[in-house]
Design a protein around this ligand. Structure first.
Ligand code: R5P
Length: 260
């Protein structure tokens, strides 16, 4: 692996703990002005100091994030469909790697939709993105997007995660599920979990803890942070789990204290 690739990976997964807290705020690329992200910089400016990476689209990065912001960027490079369209998650490539380089990204993120009628398009695009990004030493985070028709169980998520890794992803982003260790055990690259829909804070912290305990290297969490009743307190609680081995109870106490 080239020095540039290793360097970028170490900016995403922190060598000090081997873990990562990725803050996902890319939801607008198919959901529009998502609750909590109506004004992106307002939403993230107090969260950035506690996150290891910021995952977002080039439009929000260029227009809303001050260029002097000191945080590694994971750029979403898939899209093309919306929540009101007929083929949600039938995504294609939305950025050249030259543009990703111009934006000085630490990594790019691409969604695959295993099991959907267009799975072939998204998996082949992932393989292409891996080659294109590899030319510049940029790691690829493959997101295992799950259509409504598909279950988020260990059987499906291990299939999708393994397929992502087989096509060259450097990190796989998937969902936490029962028997999550099976998903981790059969995936040869590091796994991070998405948070999914907003949960009560204690439940979201427990999910993050369980994922770390069963082998995830971290979280790529969005709504459970920026839709929290107190996002800065929540991200610090998640950080305690990801980097400081806090239990869900300890992390929840941090949430309560920081909220004051
Ligand atoms: C969806 O595919 C987006 O990439 C989100 O970044 C991802 O779902 C993580 O956000 P959340 O924790 O809100 O699920």
């Amino acid at each position: 692996m080239d020095w540039g690739m290793k360097n970028r990976l170490s900016r995403i997964i922190k060598p000090t703990t081997g873990h990562t807290l990725m803050l996902a705020v890319d939801h607008g690329y198919f959901m529009g002005p998502t609750t909590g992200l109506e004004r992106p910089w307002e939403a993230v400016k107090d969260l950035v100091p506690h996150a290891d990476t910021l995952m977002l689209t080039k439009g929000v990065l260029r227009n809303c994030i001050p260029p002097e912001t000191d945080i590694p960027i994971v750029l979403r490079v898939s899209g093309g469909t919306s929540i009101i369209g007929k083929e949600l998650l039938h995504e294609g490539i939305t950025s050249s790697m030259e543009d990703a380089v111009r934006l000085n990204v630490a990594g790019v993120a691409y969604s695959i939709t295993v099991g959907m009628p267009w799975e072939r398009d998204t998996i082949l695009d992932l393989a292409q993105i891996v080659d294109m990004a590899g030319e510049y030493g940029i790691p690829v985070v493959a997101v295992t997007a799950v259509g409504k028709e598909l279950g988020k169980d260990a059987k499906y998520l291990s299939l999708a995660s393994r397929i992502a890794a087989e096509h060259g992803a450097h990190i796989v982003k998937t969902y936490y599920c029962e028997d999550f260790e099976k998903v981790v055990d059969t995936c040869p690259v590091p796994i991070v979990i998405a948070g999914g829909k907003k949960l009560p804070e204690k439940d979201a912290l427990t999910m993050a803890y369980n994922a770390l305990q069963t082998g995830a290297v971290g979280v790529d969490m969005g709504r459970n942070i920026f839709q929290s009743e107190n996002p800065p307190a929540m991200i610090q609680a998640v950080k305690a789990i990801v980097h400081n081995k806090a239990t869900p109870e300890e992390a929840y106490q941090i949430f309560q204290e920081k909220k004051k």
